[in-house]
Design a protein around this ligand. Structure first.
Ligand SMILES: Cc1cc2nc3c(=O)[nH]c(=O)nc-3n(C[C@H](O)[C@H](O)[C@H](O)COP(=O)(O)OP(=O)(O)OC[C@H]3O[C@@H](n4cnc5c(N)ncnc54)[C@H](O)[C@@H]3O)c2cc1C
Length: 381
């Protein structure tokens, strides 16, 4: 299907990126899942080839590529597996905060390293005591002379173990009313005094994505690491969450298509009662339903990509897409595993990993319930 936002250059870029992943990611992916981490050497190789933050302006080392390239990268990463999604997070979720709200000095300091793969980034919002209710975070940043003193704990942070650069969502004013007006974004770099990491967390799926706790005990951070203005953090987050949720919707469609593809192959080969299981009407109906839902979802997401590239405010529609596409991926995984029979539950079969990997889609980047509260609010409820 031709996509309205893709040109021939995007497809050439896709072929190059796929070739790169076939050579440098696919053969090692299993190893990375075991190690619970994508090695830094892979990030460096991706940077050298121009696959990190291609949207960054040329003067900071990037290619000034449009959002269509980000879509291509997300799709190709998800074809390998959600476990290398940390790269997409770095490219299109974390570093855009610097691209959009960072000062000139911050852009010069961090963007070239983000592009070259010398710096891995993360964003830390969630805390042990609060996730959905972001304005209730407890991590504080107190100004003392030329520094901020950070105290608090974050958890479930993707890339947290390997990150050299973390955007920490914290309170510079714990008494602000309403509470969200006290939220700021401060960058904590590897080596900052008082910044520690917990161990890599053991997850149900997406094993190659390292996920960690981060601890700040009187961490000393230069005042120059504040992004934008104090008290504006919540506003910046709301601006950028549209893209984060859209990326997740795109990844969910890609994963659903892959699950359908491997299941189509499987049902043609597996026989029962003397014929391929693809010949049973139930199998055909299930696969036809999945193909229909994926096509409907993809059509909606394609339109949102076009609108996002036109800088339209589509927070409401992206909230719809986030919950619907992540549920689609979970339902597709369940149906595809069922059609694989017992083999679907075996680790040798890709559907088993996909089933585990897509489960978290309805939880992170704002839970699906939170997406529905946004939609309901916009309905005047
Ligand atoms: C693998 C993984 C990677 C992650 N990566 C990151 C990361 O890089 N950075 C980061 O900051 N965070 C990250 N997270 C955290 C994630 O964003 C949070 O887990 C998520 O926002 C939910 O917060 P919570 O876990 O505290 O759940 P809670 O907020 O405690 O929610 C628990 C349940 O209550 C429901 N609920 C809460 N409030 C409402 C409401 N108002 N109405 C209806 N239902 C409600 C929720 O929908 C959910 O079902 C990650 C999580 C995982 C599992």
């Amino acid at each position: 299907m031709s996509k309205p936002y893709l040109r021939e250059e995007h497809e050439i870029f896709r072929s190059a990126f796929r070739k790169f992943l076939d050579q440098h990611a696919a053969p090692f992916f299993e190893e990375w899942e075991q190690a619970k981490q994508v090695p830094k050497s892979f990030w460096k190789k991706a940077g050298e080839q121009g696959f990190l933050c291609p949207w960054v302006e040329e003067k900071y080392g990037g290619s000034e590529a449009d959002f269509g390239y980000s879509v291509v990268i997300t799709e190709e990463l998800d074809k390998i597996g959600a476990g290398i999604g940390g790269l997409g997070l770095h490219n299109d979720i974390v570093m855009p905060y610097i691209g959009e709200f960072g000062s000139e000095e911050q852009k010069q300091r961090w963007l070239p390293k983000a592009v070259s793969g010398d710096m891995i980034s993360a964003i830390a919002m969630t805390e042990p005591g609060t996730g959905s209710d972001l304005a209730a975070i407890k991590t504080t940043a107190r100004r003392e002379g030329d520094h901020y003193i950070l105290n608090g704990e974050k958890t479930f942070i993707t890339n947290g173990y390997s990150a050299d650069f973390v955007i920490v969502v914290c309170k510079t004013d714990s008494y602000a009313q309403p509470a969200y007006k006290g939220v700021s974004l401060i960058v904590v770099e590897e080596g900052a005094p008082g910044f520690k990491r917990g161990k890599k967390l053991r997850k149900v799926g997406q094993h190659a994505n390292d996920t960690s706790e981060l601890i700040f005990e009187d961490a000393i951070i230069p005042k120059e690491n504040l992004i934008g203005e104090e008290g504006m953090g919540f506003y910046y987050l709301m601006q950028k969450l549209q893209q984060e949720r859209l990326m997740l919707a795109i990844g969910s469609i890609t994963a659903s298509k892959r699950m359908l593809e491997i299941t189509l192959d499987y049902v043609k080969q597996r026989t029962a009662f003397g014929k391929p299981i693809s010949k049973f009407q139930n199998t055909q109906f299930k696969l036809a339903e999945m193909a229909t839902n994926i096509k409907i979802g993809e059509t909606f997401v394609d339109q949102l990509i076009v609108d996002h590239m036109a800088n339209k405010n589509i927070v409401n529609e992206v909230s719809m897409a986030k919950w619907w596409m992540t549920d689609l991926a979970k339902n597709t995984a369940t149906e595809c595993m069922q059609l694989h029979g017992g083999y679907g539950y075996m680790e040798e079969y890709e559907i088993a990993r996909r089933y585990r990997d897509v489960a978290v889609g309805s939880i992170y980047a704002g839970t699906n319930e939170i997406m529905k509260t946004i939609i309901a609010k916009n309905m005047g409820l």
